[in-house]
Design a protein around this ligand. Structure first.
Ligand code: FES
Length: 103
């Protein structure tokens, strides 16, 4: 489905997707970094339908995720950072959600 254009020598960092460590290259977007471990879906609609990053350029909003405790973040426009905590966004975002307590 997706293939990296080239190998890079970018530094490896660790992010946490759904509390699991994932080693990624510095400079990637969150959407690209979680594409494989997320099995292509990053959020659900309020009806429970799975959605995944589609445009990868900030237009479709299908990539909304909770990043470092902040819901509704466009994963395709957010660069990874070491230690970042990323969660799928299930249904409508809960703006009162405490970090680490994600449905
Ligand atoms: S993938 Fe379309 S806005 Fe992020």
């Amino acid at each position: 489905m997706f293939t990296k254009v080239s190998d890079s020598n970018n530094k490896k960092i660790t992010i946490y997707f759904e509390d699991e460590p994932v080693e990624v290259e510095e400079g990637m977007t969150v959407a690209a970094a979680v594409l494989e471990p997320s099995h292509g879906w990053t959020r659900t609609t309020h009806g429970g339908h799975k959605r995944g990053a589609f445009c990868h350029m900030g237009v479709c909003h299908e990539c909304l995720m909770t990043i470092d405790g902040v819901p509704n973040q466009q994963a395709c426009l957010t660069p990874v950072a070491d230690g970042m905590k990323v969660y799928r966004q299930n249904g409508e975002p809960d703006f009162h959600q405490e970090e680490g307590k994600h449905a």
